[in-house]
Ligand binder design. Structure first.
Ligand SMILES: [Zn+2]
Length: 293
């Protein structure tokens, strides 16, 4: 039996340990079903699990590429508001937290990108939240960006699509971040007053002050499958009302069943669906046939 232990076992060990040397980032484990997914395949499938269809988060640039026709769009420069107006500091200074996030995402960045282009052949302005940037929190910069996006839509006579993915207001900007709730609400109202369609694509997670303002005001409310959408977190609600919450509470499908969301659409179908909806809402109203005398 010595050949078995001396030759075969070391060979098996070599094979097993060789596998361990493969970098971790080549594989991603699906958080929903546990399936190991090859990174390149997962990316090609728009970060949707092949096995169970779970939609993982994607960054703002990828989101833009998914929505616009042929992935082509032009980003606009966003206003640069006063940084750290309250000189806020917790365990770290707010300016340092901002610098860290910008080192990761790019200089002068905040938790949102705005671009314009075509969706289904229709003019559209799209504002996408970057959850990776301070949990997509809405401060003055994000508010300014949404106002800029809404004004651009009016200027170009284009549809406005906002894609939130946010933990809510940016606490480091205190009351000034809460002020973005009425500001963004008025901004999207301007688009509606101009007779242009406004869509919200709710992605995982949409919570807090973002849910409580522009994100619930779309002419059509679309959501990605499985997205968490709510105001307060489920645990906080459970502890407050001291009751067990129903299965799937605050998930897109639950909200669809209860009338808070109009449609739940797979990531692969989003561009086509939104393009079709813009086309329908922008169709010139036909004159009513004249009544015969
Ligand atoms: Zn899965």
């Amino acid at each position: 039996m010595s050949w078995l232990t001396n030759v075969v076992l070391p060979k098996i060990r070599a094979v097993v340990s060789a596998k361990r040397e493969v970098p971790d980032n080549l594989w991603t484990k699906c958080p929903a079903c546990g399936q190991m997914l090859f990174h390149r395949e997962l990316e090609a499938n728009l970060n949707v699990c092949h096995a169970c269809g779970h939609h993982m988060r994607i960054d703002a640039k990828k989101r833009m590429a998914v929505l616009f026709d042929k992935g082509e769009y032009a980003r606009i420069e966003l206003p640069k508001p006063v940084v750290d107006p309250l000189k806020f500091r917790d365990s770290k200074r707010y300016v340092d937290r901002l610098k860290e996030a910008q080192a990761q995402h790019g200089p002068n960045r905040d938790a949102i990108l705005v671009a314009h282009g075509k969706i289904g052949g229709n003019d559209a302005v799209v504002a996408v939240f970057e959850f990776g940037f301070m949990a997509g929190s809405m401060g003055i910069a994000v508010g300014e960006a949404i106002v800029a996006a809404a004004r651009l839509a009016v200027l170009q006579s284009a549809a406005l699509v906002i894609v939130p993915s946010s933990g809510g207001a940016r606490m480091q900007e205190g009351i000034l971040s809460l002020m973005q709730m009425p500001r963004t609400t008025i901004a999207v109202e301007e688009v509606k007053e101009a007779g242009l369609p406004y869509f919200v694509l709710l992605t995982d997670p949409t919570t807090g002050g973002v849910t409580a303002s522009f994100a619930m005001l779309g002419d059509i409310q679309i959501s990605e499958p499985g997205a968490v959408i709510g105001f307060a977190g489920a645990r906080v609600i459970e502890e407050t009302i001291r009751e067990k919450l129903p299965e799937g509470f605050q998930r897109a499908e639950y909200l669809l069943d209860h009338g808070m969301v109009d449609m739940v659409v797979r990531r692969h179908d989003l561009g086509e669906t939104i393009g079709r909806l813009i086309g329908l809402l922008r169709k010139p109203v036909l004159e009513a046939p004249k009544k015969r005398a």
